[in-house]
Ligand binder design. Structure first.
Ligand SMILES: [Zn+2]
Ligand SMILES: [Zn+2]
Ligand SMILES: [Zn+2]
Length: 689
């Protein structure tokens, strides 16, 4: 026997054998326990990186372990193939997005094969294939029939650089998640999915996911943001109508000394008309709208407002109080109108101080007596109601209930539940996505494309200019069509779907990837679903993972899915990080190009100045702290690369090494350790976008 191990020969031999024997083909077998392990599928960007290696190695370890334990394992792989980079490549390099995507898929597939991952490649899918995206369109039509897909005019987040609409989830601290350009607000007709119809169930079912990390559960809970409170009507003084406000603190209603409206409130301009404030209000509305939607909800921002010149009446005190517009009130949340209680809400407090509005204490903390003049900040906790008419002396919790009942008796309002969750806007002014299967007829209006005419295929004759607007609108052949209802001339919808639609149900498709009577075969999905172990990045905690849960419930209600939750267990694998180096003149440097040593210090190869060792950060091309998995595989073999990341310690951290002997206790325990370790690798201040 030779002393030296030659990974290339050994690995190639076994990989060939696995392929010949189709060792990883999966078929339904009711006699054996099934196990469905899935890694979030990649975007075919061109090459696999260390993050992929880590993600897929974890999945592969689980798949092989479960196979050896006698499970019938499904472990598929595919491509999240629609999206912006392909389109940008088309604009920059004049390659068709489809050609660019296919090339990348081919190359990355070769890379994945060389890694020796145990996939059932027979089930491979790519979301840009018409036989995949036709089912996006089919699902859209079913949801449209049920009123879950609908169209409305709305204020949207607009990235001026990508020239497209962004979902709230895609706006990170006021900027585009993809290019970090500050996002602005724009009014557009958009298609939406009514995810809010499932808000209660999406929230309640989080309690049935003990196999998910607490952190992700908490993020989803917070994102859905259920609040229980009351809607109260404040009649306009000296006019018709009323302002409806939503509050979770109706126990503070006696302390409401003004009302604040969002600049988008339908009455915002009308209330000022004919008053001396008309001009100031008009200017304010214009200025705030320009500032963009996303920034405005922020806690720290400067509170600004303007008096509308009009008043309303607090129904509880009978007092006339002024109506302001305020930059921090959003139309999206609640009703776009807020009863302002400066003594007990910090933003209202800052606002009242700035504009000299009265502060009235109506909740006293236990054993203390607040005085408005002495307050340096709002008292937002619960306490005992004070100066509140018949409710004075009641504890907050009891007061909330009594005030709500009183409202309903008097007809001033009602108990109410609100969600922070908004409907999912899916319209994108992009080419490389699924065409929305809708036709506009001058006689018949909005007409869904009949099922038999699916797929609505992406046209090829579209120029890629990057000038913005929907590229599909440039194809006459695509746009001009016949109305399916009256046969007259009509035109097609030219927006495409958010690519998060594609990834919301792909794990169902893997169970029957060639099925052509529906998105998937309900019986096969019935056997394999739910996914037993899902593995991916924590950056998907509220985007992909919430949409996938919503789709599963919607597909269940269409009679297709037999489960209500897609992923029984979730592992967020953390990030692969590495130290960074920088030259003050030449920016980020590749570690490999540095001259010097750890002892003597490192120098910039371009100018010889010291290279400063920076933080350990997520590997990224821009920071040049990347390791190419291909180099690792070429030098040491795929097994070593896989073992190297994630390290063995990920599964068996030092404190739990004894579990190696009790591996039969299940992967769950190892995963608990893995998650702790992954979390330690991924401090919260390191965001991955
Ligand atoms: Zn952008
Ligand atoms: Zn028609
Ligand atoms: Zn330099």
């Amino acid at each position: 026997m030779e002393d030296r191990y030659h990974p290339q020969e050994v690995e190639e031999k076994w990989q060939r054998l696995w392929e010949e024997k189709q060792s990883f083909r999966a078929a339904e077998d009711p006699a054996r326990p099934k196990y469905y392990v899935l890694e979030m599928f990649p975007y075919p960007s061109g090459r696999i990186h260390m993050g992929h290696v880590r993600n897929y190695s974890i999945g592969d370890v689980v798949a092989r372990y479960k196979r050896m334990r006698g499970h019938n394992v499904l472990h598929p792989m595919g491509w999240d193939a629609f999206g912006l980079p392909a389109e940008n490549a088309a604009i920059e390099r004049k390659i068709h997005p489809e050609a660019w995507t296919r090339e990348n898929i081919l190359y990355m597939k070769t890379q994945l094969r060389r890694m020796g991952l145990s996939y059932d490649w027979e089930r491979e899918l790519a979301t840009c294939e018409p036989d995949y995206y036709r089912w996006n369109q089919w699902i859209f039509l079913k949801l449209y029939e049920r009123g879950i897909a609908y169209k409305k005019k709305s204020s949207v987040n607009w990235c001026p650089s990508c020239e497209t609409v962004l979902a709230n989830e895609q706006v990170i601290e006021g900027a585009c998640w993809r290019c970090e350009t500050p996002v602005v607000e724009k009014e557009l007709e958009q298609w939406f999915f009514r995810i809010t119809a499932y808000a209660d169930e999406l929230l309640a079912d989080l309690d049935r996911l003990p196999g998910w990390p607490d952190k992700v559960l908490a993020m989803q809970r917070n994102w859905i943001g259920k609040s229980t409170g009351a809607e109260i009507e404040f009649p306009l003084a000296g006019g018709e109508g009323a302002l409806r406000v939503f509050t979770t603190r109706q126990d503070t209603v006696y302390g409401a000394t003004f009302v604040s409206l969002a600049v988008e409130h339908p009455l915002a301009l009308e209330l000022a008309r004919g008053t001396s404030q008309e001009r100031a209000v008009g200017d304010f509305v214009e200025r705030i709208k320009k500032a963009g939607l996303a920034r405005r909800g922020e806690e720290e921002g400067e509170k600004e407002g303007v008096f509308t010149g009009s008043y309303c009446v607090n129904p509880f005190t009978g007092e006339k109080i002024p109506i302001y517009l305020a930059n921090f009130v959003l139309m999206e949340y609640g009703t776009g109108a807020v009863m302002a209680v400066p003594a007990h809400d910090q933003r209202d407090f800052e606002f009242a101080k700035k504009y000299g509005l009265p502060i009235r204490v109506v909740i006293q903390p236990q054993g203390a007596a607040l005085a408005p003049e002495a307050m340096r900040e709002a008292y937002a906790d619960e306490g005992v109601m004070a100066d509140s008419g018949p409710f004075t002396g009641l504890p907050s919790a009891e007061g909330k209930e009594k005030v709500a009942l009183h409202l309903e008796e008097k007809g001033w309002g009602k108990k109410d539940i609100r969600y922070r969750l908004r409907d999912w806007g899916i319209s994108r002014q992009r080419y490389w996505g699924t065409p929305i299967p809708i036709i506009y007829c001058p006689k018949c209006g909005v007409v869904p494309v009949p099922e038999k005419d699916l797929p609505v295929a992406l046209p090829r004759d579209v120029p890629f200019t990057g000038k913005g607007g929907s590229p599909l609108a440039e194809s006459k052949k695509f746009v001009e069509t016949k109305c399916p209802r009256c046969g007259g001339a009509a035109r097609r919808e030219t927006d495409t779907m958010d690519t998060f639609v594609d990834s919301s149900w792909y794990y169902f498709r893997y169970t029957s990837p060639k099925f052509d009577a529906a998105p998937f075969d309900p019986d096969k999905a019935g056997y394999w679903m739910p996914v037993d172990q899902y593995i991916g990045g924590v950056e998907h905690a509220v985007l992909h993972l919430l949409y996938a849960r919503f789709f599963t419930k919607a597909l269940r209600d269409l009679g297709l899915a037999k489960v209500g939750e897609p992923f029984a267990n979730l592992l967020t694998q953390g990030m692969v990080s590495k130290e960074t180096y920088r030259c003050e003149d030449h920016g980020w440097l590749f570690p490999a190009e540095l001259a010097g040593s750890d002892q003597a210090g490192w120098r910039c190869p371009h100018c010889g100045k010291p290279a400063v060792k920076g933080r350990v950060e997520k590997m990224s091309k821009s920071k040049k702290n990347i390791v190419d998995p291909e180099d690792l595989i070429a030098a040491y073999g795929a097994d070593t690369a896989r073992l190297f990341t994630p390290p063995v310690a990920l599964y068996f951290p030092a404190s739990r090494r004894h579990e190696r002997r009790r591996i039969g206790d299940g992967a769950r325990r190892a995963f608990a350790g893995a998650q702790g370790l992954a979390a330690a690798h991924a401090p919260d201040d390191q965001k991955s976008h």
